[in-house]
Design a protein around this ligand. Structure first.
Ligand SMILES: [Zn+2]
Ligand SMILES: [Zn+2]
Length: 281
């Protein structure tokens, strides 16, 4: 099967179709119900808000498509770990390190930071998590698109909430405010504010992870490693945390002007080797 048809097939899932319906619904009510009611679509401020909101919604949808159709990163067939350049210091620990990085399900070696996804049924490079809403794993190649998607989706929902609230405040309820319209306003505001809060929290979490150069899986692994290190009176340092700004550029790219473009990922290396603290010593 060609990679194009695999990508299209991936889009045909219930969660993805629900996202499309939801984005379309929020877009429609924000522009054609609330903005129309508040400023009118033919006024200059109404047109300007329509333009800004449409651009934001398009960026969200575009990032969503990039995220859902990009392969997160496949382990090259025949991959064999480089024992000589393993992080461990002595020969025995190097061998153990390599043993640990073998995937029983794929019966193959897996590079550092790669994990096996039970849903995708394969190992994924720098796996973060499997996301139901994009019907894809979030890994090395689409992690940037994922974070940018969450950012655009958060801003779009906050913008929509503001338009709904402004429209509700300025509406002449005494003249034109049946109880069903009131319920519609309240439900819409709760929905977009709920999405803003949930997506905003997710965004904050991933900004935290980016600044520490950790994946969600590595975060949980490091909690345990920190606890074990503390027990033996030592300090644990995440090996891929190479400093606040460098960590950000490793994900978003060295050029700040390209940070908000989900497809600007030419800075990503092979996903097999990653700079570690030891490299910068
Ligand atoms: Zn595997
Ligand atoms: Zn997966």
């Amino acid at each position: 099967m060609s990679s194009k048809s695999v990508k299209l097939r991936r889009l045909l899932s219930l969660p993805i179709l629900s996202v499309f319906v939801l984005v379309g619904f929020i877009y429609y009510i924000t522009i054609f119900v609330f903005l129309e009611d508040w400023l009118g679509l033919h006024s200059s401020s109404g047109s300007l808000n329509t333009l800004i909101f449409s651009v934001l919604a398009s960026f969200t949808l575009f990032s969503f498509l990039v995220c859902a159709t990009t392969d997160p990163g496949r382990v090259p067939s025949g991959y064999v770990p480089d024992i000589e350049h393993s992080d461990a210091s002595d020969q025995e620990s190097k061998k153990n390190d390599v043993q640990l990085r073998r995937c029983d399900k794929c019966s193959a070696f897996k590079p550092p930071r790669a994990h096996h996804c039970r849903v995708c049924k394969r190992c994924v490079l720098r796996m973060d998590h499997h996301c139901l809403w994009i019907n894809n794993c979030v890994g090395h190649q689409n992690y940037k698109a994922y974070v940018i998607l969450v950012l655009y989706a958060t801003v779009t929902n906050i913008y929509s909430s503001v338009i709904i609230v402004c429209s509700a405040i300025l509406k002449d309820w005494a003249f034109n405010g049946s109880s069903s319209i009131k319920i519609f306003y309240i439900c819409s505001a709760i929905m977009t504010m709920g999405f803003s809060f949930t997506l905003g929290t997710l965004l904050g979490w991933h900004i935290y992870l980016i600044t520490r150069n950790k994946t969600t899986i590595e975060y949980y692994e490091s909690v345990r490693a920190e606890w074990l290190a503390r027990k033996s009176g030592q300090n644990y340092h995440h090996p891929f945390d190479v400093g606040f700004y460098k960590n950000i550029t490793l994900i978003l790219g060295p050029n700040m002007l390209k940070w908000l473009f989900p497809t600007a990922v030419s800075h990503l290396k092979d996903g097999i080797q990653f700079p570690t603290v030891r490299d910068s010593l």
